[in-house]
Design a protein around this ligand. Sequence first.
Ligand code: NDP
Length: 303
Amino acid sequence: MSAKLIRGTEIRELILEEIVIEVEKIKKKYGIVPGLVTILVGKNPASISYVNMKIKTANQLGFKEIQDNQPQDISEKKLLAIIEKYNRDDSIHGILVQLPLPKHINEKKIIHAINPDKDVDGFHPVNMGRLMIGGSEVKFPPCTPAGIQEMIRRSGIETKGAEVVVVGRSNIVGKAIAMMMLQKEPGADSTVTVAHTGTKDLALHCRRADILIVAAGVPGLVKPEWIKPGAFVIDVGINKVGEKISEKTGKKVSILKGDVDFDAAEKVAGYITPVPGGVGPMTITMLMKNTLKSLKYQLGIAK
Ligand code: NDP
C-alpha cells in the first residue's frame, strides 16, 4: 500500500484563489482591501525569509501590505508604541510581529499589546481562550493548526469519533490543534489524545491513531510500526538536518526532514503529508485567510 500524498502546496493554491476572488468582490463593493503589517525587529536571516514570504503572498493577493522593519536595539516602549499606532489604524486588519524578538524585549508583553481583533496569528490569550470555547467564538485560529485542520477537511476523511493523537503540546501547534479537533463541529468531533515527553508509551498511543498529528521537532521520531494501517499521518515537524546546493538556483539550501520516517511511513499510512511541501505552506495561507476574515469582521460580513 502507498499512502495518498496530501500536499499543502496544492491546497494552498486553491485557498489563495478563493481569497483573491473574495478580496476583489469586497474591494468592488466596499472600496477596501485587507491590510497587513509585518513588524520585523533586527536582521535574523530566518525571520527575514519568513517575513518576505508573507509579504510576497499578501502582495500577490492584492492586500495592502506595510513592512515595518525596526532595528535590533529598538526599545520595548517604542515597539509597544508602534503596535498601538497600528491598533488604531482602521486600514490595518492584521498585525504580525515576527518572533523571536531580541532578548531585551518581553515577547509576552508585545503579543498582549496587539488588539486581539487584529491578532491574525491567533497567539493572544483572548484568541487562545476563544479557541478553547470553540464555535462562533473563534475569530483567528492559530495558523499552523488551522492549516492542519483545513488539510484534514479537504481530504474528506471522517473526523467524527476518530481517534486523533497529537504528539507535542506547544501552545501554537500541539495544544491548539488538539483543542480544535475536540470541538463538536464538522471537521472535528474527534477523541483526542495529546502526547509529550512525559508520555509513558508513545508508540502505543500513536498506534491507536486514525489521525496522527506529529509536532515534536524530532527528525524521524515516528517509526512506521507506530502507525495504524490506513491512518492519516500529518507531519508538522520541520527539522534542518544539513545543507545542499540547490540544482535550480545553485545556492546553498537547508535539507529539511519531518518528525516522521516518511519513506517507510507512506507504505503503511492511508494519507500522509510530506516535508517540505506539506503543512509548511499552509501556515502563511491561513494567515492571509485570517487577515481577510479580520476585514470581514470590521465590515460586519464575517460568518
Ligand atoms: P516545541 O518545541 O514548542 O514543542 C515540541 C513539543 O513536542 C513539546 O510539547 C515536547 O514535549 C514534544 N516532544 C518533543 N520531543 C518529544 C518526544 N521525543 N516524544 C514526545 N514528545 C516530544 O515545538 P513547536 O510545537 O513549535 O514545533 C514542533 C515542530 O513543528 C518543529 O519541528 C517546528 O519547526 C515545526 N513547526 C512547523 C510549522 C509549520 O509547518 N509552518 C509551524 C510551527 C512549528 P514537552 O512539552 O514535554 O517538552
